[in-house]
Design a protein around this ligand. Structure first.
Ligand SMILES: *Cc1c(COP(=O)(O)O)cnc(C)c1O
Length: 365
């Protein structure tokens, strides 16, 4: 057997630890997972109804082109139906973009600490990954621009950035897009965009008219709370969407996912509720970090990256023994953990566990 030489060294994706594993391994009855930026408030009741109505059709292939969902979403966003593509999460859109645009030797530019799937999929295609250091946890757009050359195919911008939670502003992104050559594709990942109501935060969809080389990624996994159904989407110029569609699997998204997504985009009240709860959660967590003298990056999504002032694997393990699953081991932030915003009760339990952990003289590993 001879696999592609460039994939042999690739790590298998390490997800946040599942609650069940932690309960079993540590003999705990209550475990709180704040590791994968999932929605602690569930998902829309209307989505639940829509899924149940689909249960009678499991023997029928889904509509590969997601025609009804596409129409509903395009209408909501004010774009053409030829400007939308669905994937099994926006992760699959990332995969399709890499597959459609990158050949070995192409260069692709991204931040050094960002969503891992950009680099992973670029490496599968044997493209050259150019990583540009974040500045104060933020994308350094001028530095990224300076790396563009004749071999550059794709630039990835995660806004807000996972894991740091920072955003690039409307003005910064506008300046950047003006200068990126038209033959370089810019991927703007807005997985957490619905959480933000800040006039500084640019709405990628509004930028599409002026920038044919832009594709915006969004997902139903985060604020919509449908992570297990695996559905996300890309919005872009019809040409970009067509190329991406050309490498899409015929029946990638399921009937249940399409139906739930369509119902969810009609339930603005649920989204508004989650946005408000999340905002209160961020305020609470940041107040507590301030009180404890811990610094953190400005948090725009549903997670906070906080400096715990000691090696993060130790803090991760100590929190785990207290039933809290966090995310640690960041390459460029060895003393930070990323914590998802939970319910009020979960946030309080996390803070009290963190306080105990940090008060211990030495953390046992
Ligand atoms: C969670 C996330 C995604 C997409 O997740 P899917 O479940 O595949 O839709 C994409 N980008 C970022 C930055 C994320 O955090």
């Amino acid at each position: 057997m001879q696999p592609k030489s460039n994939i042999v060294h690739l790590p298998v994706y390490q997800p946040g630890k599942p609650v069940e594993d932690v309960k079993r391994e540590l003999g705990l009855t209550e475990v709180i997972k704040l590791a994968s930026n999932e929605n602690p408030f569930g998902y829309s009741e209307q989505a639940k109804t829509a899924i149940m109505e689909e249960l009678g059709n499991l023997n029928i292939y889904p509509d590969g082109a997601s025609v009804e969902l596409t129409a509903a979403l395009a209408d909501k966003l004010g774009v053409g139906t030829d400007q939308v593509i669905f994937g099994t999460g926006s992760s699959e859109i990332i995969l399709m973009i890499a597959r459609a645009f990158l050949v070995p030797g192409d260069e692709t530019i991204m931040a050094d600490e960002t969503f891992a799937q950009y680099k992973h999929n670029a490496e599968v295609e044997n493209a050259r990954v150019i990583e540009v250091p974040l500045r104060d946890g933020k994308h350094d757009l001028p530095a990224m621009l300076a790396k563009v050359n004749g071999r550059t195919k794709i630039i990835w911008i995660c806004n807000p950035n996972n894991p740091t939670g920072t955003i690039v502003s409307r003005r910064e992104l506008g300046e950047f897009l003006k200068q990126v050559p038209g033959n370089v594709l810019v991927v703007l990942d807005e997985a957490y965009g619905e959480y933000i109501d800040d006039s500084e935060y640019p709405d990628g969809v509004q930028l599409l008219q002026d920038h044919r080389n832009l594709i915006v990624l969004r997902t139903f996994s985060k604020i919509y709370g449908l992570a297990s159904l695996r559905i996300g989407y890309g919005i872009g110029h019809p040409d970009v969407i067509r190329f991406t569609n050309q490498v899409r699997e015929p029946f990638n998204t399921t009937r249940a996912a399409q139906a739930a997504a369509k119902a969810s985009i009609g339930d603005d009240a649920f989204i508004a509720y989650c946005r408000e709860q999340n905002k209160q959660g961020i305020v609470y967590l940041c107040e507590q970090f301030d009180r404890m003298g811990l610094s953190y990056f400005p948090a725009y999504g549903n997670f906070v990256m906080v400096d715990v002032q000691r090696p993060s694997p130790e803090v991760f393990d100590a929190l785990l023994r207290r039933g809290i699953i966090s995310r640690a081991r960041w390459t460029y932030y060895p003393n930070h953990i990323r914590i998802s915003v939970g319910t009020r009760e979960q946030n309080e339990k996390f803070i009290s566990a963190l306080e105990q952990v940090l008060q211990e003289e030495t953390v046992q590993g």
